[in-house]
Design a protein around this ligand. Structure first.
Ligand code: HXC
Length: 271
């Protein structure tokens, strides 16, 4: 007897946590103006937190902040900064402290990506992605750590599953995200004694994101049913993982990588 694959609804948020678990808390999220990071920010705000969203495009951030506030009833501050520039991040942190007085949670989510073979990558192209993803994570941690220590807070770093194997045209991102995973582990052990936790979320293919729309397989390159759970990931799936990792339910979870990919990484074909 053949069994139809289970297809769950691609919802935006299905958090089962109490509404006010993040009341009085403040989130600082790089890359929060769009995509997965915006979704995580919304979910955390829905549980009572205020947020600062950080990115390069002020217009997009301002619009996103308005929409996030309207959707959640919480304050959201747009902060223009480039994670490659430590001074601009320090300014964004100062603005956040001025507005909200504290930072409890940080999502290091700003990332850059494009498809290119190593033979087609210039030195500057490789460096650019390392600078946004890996150095940008380091810069964000440096700028926020005194405040996260003060609140005994937590980090989530947004990585990927690409670097577990060799994914063509992704040398730059694979190297950058491997560095992000390693940084998170060191933050977890160095900052643990200060009450700070650090974890990584590694999303798989998530519907409705720039990463998948622009970089995902197209036409004949699409494999049949590459999803063990019968569907692509949704932004809400990643947001739910972020709510868990920042919540008291994850108080003893640190130095971990949590793939949110519906077991896609484990799927192998026979040939
Ligand atoms: C080869 C390329 C290239 C391409 C850019 N470069 N695009 N090389 N193929 N398609 C080269 C440029 O020629 C230049 O090198 C260098 O990279 C820097 O490019 P700039 O455009 O000057 O940099 P910048 O304006 O800072 O833009 C950064 C960027 C850009 C990463 C290149 O794509 C970007 O900011 N994108 C928006 C964010 C984004 O990509 N989000 C999606 C993340 S998704 P030269 O030698 O000419 O100076 C994600 C999930 C992955 O990360 C999962 C996928 C399934």
């Amino acid at each position: 007897m053949s069994v139809a694959p289970y297809v769950a609804p691609a919802v935006v948020s299905t958090s089962v946590f109490k509404d006010d678990i993040f009341k009085g808390k403040v989130l600082f999220c790089t890359g929060g103006g769009s995509g997965i990071c915006r979704g995580m920010t919304e979910a955390i705000m829905r549980h009572g937190a205020c947020a600062a969203i950080v990115g390069r495009k002020l217009e997009r951030l301002t619009q996103a902040a308005k929409e996030l506030s309207a959707a959640t009833g919480q304050k959201c501050l747009p902060c223009q900064a480039d994670v490659r520039q430590p001074n601009s991040l320090r300014d964004a942190v100062a603005k956040t402290i001025e507005a909200f007085g504290r930072i409890d949670f940080v999502i290091c989510g700003a990332a850059g990506n494009f498809l290119a073979p190593i033979s087609g990558l210039s030195e500057n192209a490789f460096k650019t992605v390392i600078e946004i993803d890996t150095l940008g994570t380091f810069n964000t941690v440096k700028a926020t750590i005194p405040h996260v220590r003060a609140s005994r807070g937590a980090y989530i770093h947004v990585s990927a599953t690409l670097h577990y194997r060799g994914v063509p045209y992704q040398a730059h991102v694979s190297a950058a995200k491997a560095g992000v995973d390693a940084l998170s582990n060191v933050i977890a052990v160095e900052e643990g004694p200060h009450g700070v936790r650090s974890n990584v979320i590694a999303p798989g293919a998530i519907a409705g994101t720039e990463g998948v729309d622009r970089l995902g397989p197209k036409g004949d390159n699409k494999r049949d049913n590459p999803y063990p759970l019968g569907r692509m990931g949704a932004i809400g799936d990643v947001a739910n993982a972020a709510v868990f990792l920042f919540s008291p339910a994850a108080a003893y979870v640190s130095g971990q990588v949590l793939p949110v990919d519906g077991a896609q990484e484990h799927l192998r074909s026979f040939i």
